[in-house]
Design a protein around this ligand. Structure first.
Ligand code: FMN
Length: 195
């Protein structure tokens, strides 16, 4: 299988704004991670129709499957196959976007009924923010990582960029450096774990 030789990082963009600040941040992390033994993939979640968890218990009966056959259900096997998950969200009213929340609730529940499939994956989150609320948004995502046994690398600051309009993330030099340092640490950790 390919991912026995290549370590795979899957980035998920929760911003509906393609080419926006969150995407720039994610791609900066991925650029650093893209070495010979690491394969990266990018999934655009923001802007897709959102359906939350129905709490029907269907994923408990159909291991690894949600009864709602949509993009979140299709994303789950890609997340399961990845060695590392990289989530990105813009800060919306001090929190994450509904697309990311739908992924968390639904794939989180599916994975727990699928032998805790996310256990010991490397996972990190980044958040774009105009002014305030990124820490809360990052915490929301990191709680999901931590209660599902994922291992979270740090950076040189919290994984945020101060940005409002598209292109602003590139002007935040400390934010860009934080993304680069996160990429270095993410790939370092991944290689240690997979060695
Ligand atoms: C609905 C909505 C809510 C927002 N809430 C906040 C907020 O609570 N705090 C903040 O600093 N910025 C907030 N913003 C600004 C975005 O976080 C900021 O523009 C970010 O850079 C957008 O990232 P993107 O280009 O990836 O979409 C909000 C923007 C929108 C559209």
């Amino acid at each position: 299988m390919q991912y026995l030789e290549y370590m795979k990082i899957l980035a998920i963009n929760g911003s509906p704004r393609k080419g926006g600040n969150t995407e720039k941040m994610l791609r900066t992390v991925l650029e650093v991670c893209s070495t010979g033994s690491v394969e990266t993939a990018f999934f655009q979640a923001g802007g897709r129709e959102v359906r939350g968890c129905k709490a029907c218990g269907g994923c408990g009966k159909h291991k690894g499957e949600c009864v709602q056959k949509d993009w979140v259900n299709d994303l789950y096997p890609q997340m399961k196959a990845a060695d590392a998950l990289l989530f990105g969200t813009p800060t919306y009213f001090f929190d994450l976007t509904p697309e990311i929340k739908a992924i968390i609730d639904r794939t989180g529940y599916i994975s727990r009924h699928d032998d805790f499939a996310f256990n010991r994956k490397v996972a990190a989150a980044v958040a774009a923010v105009r002014r305030a609320g990124a820490i809360h948004a990052l915490d929301s995502i990191q709680h999901f990582f931590l209660i599902n046994g994922m291992i979270v690398p740090g950076s040189s600051y919290l994984n945020m960029s101060l940005a409002l309009g598209p292109g602003d993330a590139e002007k935040d030099a400390e934010g860009i450096q934080t993304m680069r340092d996160l990429g270095e640490n993410l790939v370092w950790l991944l290689k240690k774990i997979k060695a």
